[in-house]
Every structure is written in structure tokens, then in C-alpha cells.
Design a protein around this ligand. Structure first.
Ligand code: HEC
Length: 608
């Protein structure tokens, strides 16, 4: 830490904006505490912190100056200090971290945490360690251990001695250790690929991930290794020595989805990972989603058609997949009042087809529109099976095709329908859908991506990177997703400094994605991850477009008229507390011509 301490003045001038000084608890204290405070005591503390329930079973009451008291779950500490205990920014008020590390350690043993860049001008100071008595004063009386009456957002809690002791015991061990998969010098990740993913996509995914990991590691040199540093770390990480090398496990699942859970558990037991990054599936992600929630492992933006169906604490997705397409189509049909007749949906009887159809049926429930399901038989050749599914379709019927591109191609041999036909972009491959000329005039795509002309700039850096690394574009959507997922992981981790806890990762992701980017360190990381050594891109492409090409802002500009420059195909990515789908809308589009990939928008972005 000597190096870090010497550099603190420098760091402060450079990064004061985002740095909070705090402290860490000597390991011996917490260990002895854990011996005296058994699991029952910790459970009492946990219930107060997370659920707002006292040891008596009564509700926690949070009293507030000049306002009504708040009770129970709404009064729980977790609402403001978060599950990790690492705090957050509420409006522009910093809610400090209150884990044992941050409350009880001595000034000489400072730890650092960055705050949300939105409050860039404000950061709190190192403070003397709390004692149980001064902590009691803070929690009961709202006066911190510097003698300052705290912001009234922090309520006062009239806790009994027993409850207070249990709560403090809980705080002492909260986020005390790094999560599994993390050591002082490394972080282990896994990527999951399900057996239905075709070999070409599987290969390019693995190639890209390995390239990114290699690039990350070739430029990460931890202080413990005592070697010259390269450039792919932020200045804050470099000064603090908190950057770690990354290890990648490839978890290729086999057999039926019902067996995936057990396979994941076995892999995880053998070698725990901090988080799952990226990943691919064309069937269901549900078993992976369930595994992640069960083990508390984040699942970080996989490329999937069908996300897990239930709310998750740990699984993030680019979008709701086919369920989002279904909701957008329903909204469009209802708004346009186009569907006077029936909605007929054509799909194959597999996980994705069934879930998509179910989602559309649910979205149209109670809306006075008949929904008819037509299954495409798996026992017949595609063309015959499709003819079977399309018998006696009426001109006034609206038909939704939940079909993959092979089936869409097979439609070409069949006479087009008279009424409106809609297609899933996710399954049919968007503008690359092999839809024949005859079908195009009355066909529409539900399109969850940004319109091609609007997103052109977004992908500059992605293309530059793939070009530089000689990676072929096999699947633009998936590859740009991988690129984003890993860039965003790098950014989020670098903000977390040495506080490598899974719950904190989830919380930072929620706020970071929606916060307008703007701090220098964030931008530096992006540039480095995206382009490797500074100058590579200039050598390759000349300097003219440098500034533009160097920028890879990750967030959309909330509340701003400026154009967004993401690194994905999506219109706008944002998250908030508990939100797990970053992109929330889709367009209805049409092919502009008889052939080719040009599209015309037929709707605004629809956010159902
Ligand atoms: C409604 C939001 C909210 C809730 C609920 C809440 N806090 Fe706070 N807490 C804050 C804010 C805001 C601050 C910073 C106040 C300041 O510094 O002026 C704070 C500060 C603190 C501090 C002082 C930290 C320091 O660095 O000095 C402690 C300790 C604390 N809270 C404990 C708790 C505990 C324990 C609970 C649950 C029993 C809780 N808080 C519930 C908002 C909240």
C-alpha cells in the first residue's frame, strides 16, 4: 500500500471528484466478532437491514424530521445503503458505505470507494473509526462520529440494545471479503454457451472473448508482480493497484435444458467464478438464470433470444428478447386498431416459440382480439409444415411469424398472404431475414434495434476493433453485444476499485448504465479496451476521425438532445434499481425494396 499512500495527494487532485476515503477493519476484530455473534444474531441483523423486521417480529420504524415515520420494508437500511452496504447516491445526496470495513477501520488503514460520477464535486472524508457507542448515536440519534447532525434523509431508528447489537454484528461482516472467484491479483469469469448455438457463432464468441481477455491481461500488471505497467488500466486503478488480471472459463453445456442446472453447479463447485460474462443461447436461458439467482452469481448481458422469465437479482439482459417483441407488436396492433380480425401466430413447438407465443397471447388478453396458434410441425419438411400451418388464413387476419431464418426462407416457395404479416427480428435475423420479394410488400418486422441509419456511428469503434484484431463479422448483433458486455464490465469493475463484491457489481451496473458518462477515467478505460495501444487506430486508419472513433460512450444521454453513441445495435440502454433489461423498446419496420437489407421505419420507437 506504500505506493498507493504516497500517491494519494496526486490521486486526490486528479480524482477527488469520484473518490471517497474510508477504512477497513482489521481482520482479527471481525473474526472474533463472528465467533461471539453466531448465525442467529446475524440473522436478526440481516432482517433489520434487509426486511425492516425487528427481533420481536415488529416492524422497524424510521422516524424522520418533519415528516411521517416510515415502517417495515420501506424503513430498512437496504433501501438506501443497498444490499452490499456500499451505499449509493440519492438525488445528489451521497449515502455512505456502512460495511464493517468502512465504519470501523483506522485512518491509517484507509480504503477507497468511488462514488457515483453524478456528484462529481462532492466526496466524503476519511473518518475516525466508529465504536459501538458512536454508531448507536448515529443510528438512534442521527449524529455521526464527527459530531455532525446528519442529513435528514438518514432516518433515526429507535432500536433496542439487542437489535442494535445484532445489526452492528451484521454490518461488521457485510461485504467484508471479496466474492468467490476473486483473489488479490485475479478475477475469474465464465461464459456459458448452450448446445443449440451453431458452431460458427460459438467459435466467434469464444475467439472474441479470448482476444479481449488476452488484451486486458497483456496490459494489466498488478503491483504484486512488480513489473512495468502498461496502459489498459485507469489512473485510479493504477495508483491504487486495484486492477486484476482476468481468467476465463468456457462452460459449454450439453444435453437437455433440464440437466444444465446440475452441470453448472458441478462446474462452479470445481472452480467458482465471480460472474458469468456474455454467453449465448438460442433456446432457453432459464436454467442459467436460476443457477445465478441461487448462487448469487451475476449473469452479465448474454446474447439470447429468451431471457429467464422470473424477476432476478443477478441476471442482466440487453432486452426482454421475444417477449419484448411480443409486447411491442401488441401495443402497435392496439394503437393502430389494425387488428379487427384475428391474430394468428405461427411458431415451432420449442422453448422460444412457445414462450414468444405465450407472451403475445398474454399481451393481447382482454383486448377483444382473438389469438389463434398455428404450430409448424417438426415431422414434415419446412415448406410442407408451413403450408399446413397457413391453411385457411383470412385476408383480414394479422399473422405473426415466430420463425427462424431457415423457415422464413422456406416461405418463399409459398404464395404470400393477402393480409399483414409480421416477423420477429431476433429469430429471423432482422434486415438479413431471407424474405422473398413476393412476401415483402405486406410484411413487417418487429425490430428491437436502433434503425440502421441512426446507429451507424455507434458501431465505429466496434468495427475498428474487430478490424484491428482480424475478427470476422459472423453475427453483428451478437458480436457487438459481446463487445459492449466486456467494455461495460471493465468500466464497472474499475469504478469498484478494491471492493469486488457481486452485489456491489449489480448495484454499480444499475446506476452506471444510466448515468451520463463524463469522468475521464471511465473514458480512458473505454479507449484502451476498445483499441489496445493508443495510436493503433491512427496507424491503421489515419488520425482524421480519431476523436470520434476513440469515443465509446456506453450510456445514452438521458434527458439530452445530443445523439447517443452506444456500442451496440440497441436504441438506448439504461437501467435503474431492480431493472434487468437495458433496452426497452422496438420499432415496426418494413423492407424498403424487393431485395437487399434496406429498411423503412413504420413506427416511432415503441416502448410498451
Ligand atoms: C432513507 C434513506 C436511508 C435509510 C433507510 C438509512 N440510511 Fe443511513 N444514511 C443515509 C444518508 C443519506 C446518510 C448520510 C447522511 C449525512 O452524511 O449527512 C446516511 C448515513 C449513515 C451512517 C453514517 C455513515 C458515516 O460514514 O458516518 C450510518 C452509520 C448509517 N447511515 C446507518 C444506517 C442504518 C444502520 C440504517 C438502517 C437501520 C440506515 N442507515 C438507514 C440514508 C439512509
Amino acid at each position: 500500500m506504500g505506493f498507493a499512500k504516497n500517491c494519494v495527494p496526486y490521486l486526490r487532485s486528479l480524482f477527488a471528484a469520484i473518490v471517497v476515503f474510508v477504512a477497513s477493519i482489521p481482520a482479527a476484530v471481525s473474526a472474533s466478532q463472528l465467533i461471539t455473534d453466531g448465525p442467529e444474531i446475524l440473522e436478526i441483523g440481516r432482517r433489520i437491514y434487509q426486511d425492516g423486521v425487528l427481533s420481536s417480529g415488529a416492524e422497524v420504524v424510521a422516524t424522520r424530521i418533519g415528516r411521517e415515520p416510515v415502517k417495515g420494508a420501506k424503513a430498512a437500511c437496504i433501501n438506501c445503503h443497498r444490499r452490499s452496504g456500499m451505499g449509493q447516491v440519492e438525488g445528489d445526496i451521497p449515502v455512505q458505505p456502512i460495511t464493517g470495513n468502512f465504519l470501523f477501520s483506522a485512518r491509517s488503514d484507509k480504503r477507497l470507494a468511488t462514488m457515483d460520477p453524478r456528484i462529481s464535486k462532492r466526496f466524503n472524508q476519511a473518518h475516525d473509526p466508529y465504536t459501538e457507542a458512536s454508531l448507536a448515536t448515529a443510528i438512534r440519534g442521527g449524529v455521526n462520529n464527527r459530531g455532525r447532525s446528519m442529513n435528514e434523509v438518514m432516518p433515526r431508528f429507535n432500536l433496542s440494545d439487542t437489535d442494535l447489537h445484532a445489526l452492528i454484528a451484521y454490518l461488521r461482516q457485510l461485504s467484508e471479503e471479496w466474492s468467490p472467484g476473486v483473489t488479490e491479483t485475479s478475477i475469474r469469469f465464465a461464459t456459458v454457451i448452450t448446445p443449440d448455438v451453431d458452431p460458427a457463432r460459438r467459435k466467434v464468441m469464444i475467439d472474441m472473448l479470448r482476444t479481449i481477455f488476452r488484451q486486458k491481461n497483456s496490459s494489466t500488471v498488478t503491483p504484486k508482480q512488480n513489473r512495468t505497467r502498461h496502459h489498459m488500466v485507469t489512473a485510479a486503478e493504477m495508483i491504487l493497484g486495484t486492477e486484476r488480471s482476468w481468467d476465463l472459463e468456457i462452460w459449454e453445456l450439453q444435453g437437455e435444458p433440464s440437466t444444465w442446472g446440475a452441470q453448472l453447479t458441478a462446474l462452479y463447485r470445481r472452480r467458482p467464478v465471480f460472474a458469468l460474462v456474455s454467453g449465448a443461447s438460442n433456446s432457453t436461458w432459464q436454467p442459467i438464470h436460476d443457477f445465478c439467482d441461487h448462487e448469487g452469481v451475476p449473469s452479465w448481458f448474454p446474447s439470447v433470444d429468451l431471457p429467464g422469465q422470473n424477476p432476478s437479482d443477478y441476471a442482466f439482459y440487453f432486452s426482454g428478447g421475444v417477449a419484448l417483441e411480443a409486447a411491442v407488436l401488441a401495443r402497435h396492433l392496439l394503437d393502430a386498431r389494425a387488428a379487427a380480425g384475428r391474430v394468428v401466430q405461427v411458431y415451432r413447438d420449442d422453448e422460444v416459440g412457445r414462450s414468444a407465443a405465450q407472451a403475445l397471447r398474454r399481451s393481447l388478453e382482454g383486448k377483444n382480439i382473438a389469438v389463434v396458434d398455428r404450430l409448424v410441425s417438426a415431422d414434415l419438411p419446412a415448406e410442407l409444415a408451413l403450408r399446413g400451418a397457413l391453411h385457411s388464413i383470412q385476408p383480414e387476419d394479422v399473422v405473426m411469424f415466430w420463425l427462424r431464418s431457415e423457415d422464413v426462407a422456406a416461405l418463399g416457395a409459398i404464395k404470400p398472404l393477402v393480409g399483414q404479416s409480421y416477423f420477429s427480428s431476433l429469430l429471423a435475423k432482422g434486415e438479413n431475414a431471407p424474405l422473398s420479394a413476393a412476401w415483402r410488400p405486406q410484411s413487417y418486422l418487429v425490430y428491437p434495434y436502433e434503425l440502421p441509419e441512426k446507429r451507424a456511428k455507434n458501431l465505429d469503434t466496434f468495427y475498428a476493433w474487430t478490424h484491428l484484431r482480424k475478427i470476422p463479422i459472423v453475427d453483428l448483433a451478437m458480436q457487438s453485444e459481446i463487445f459492449f458486455a466486456l467494455n461495460f464490465m471493465t468500466d464497472t469493475l474499475s469504478e469498484m476499485l478494491d471492493n469486488i463484491h457481486r452485489e456491489y457489481l449489480v448495484e454499480r451496473a444499475e446506476t452506471m448504465l444510466s448515468v451520463r458518462e463524463g469522468t475521464k477515467s471511465e473514458q480512458e478505460t473505454r479507449d484502451r479496451v476498445a483499441l489496445g495501444r493508443p495510436g493503433d487506430l491512427v496507424k491503421k486508419h489515419g488520425a482524421v476521425t480519431m476523436n470520434e472513433a476513440y469515443r465509446i460512450p456506453i450510456t445514452g444521454n438521458l434527458g439530452s438532445d445530443e445523439k447517443t453513441h452506444g456500442t451496440t445495435l440497441y436504441p438506448h440502454l439504461s437501467l435503474g434499481p431492480e431493472q434487468r433489461f437495458a433496452s426497452k423498446g422496438a420499432y415496426i419496420v418494413k423492407f424498403a425494396n424487393d431485395n437487399g437489407i434496406q429498411l423503412t421505419a413504420k413506427s416511432e420507437l415503441i416502448v410498451p
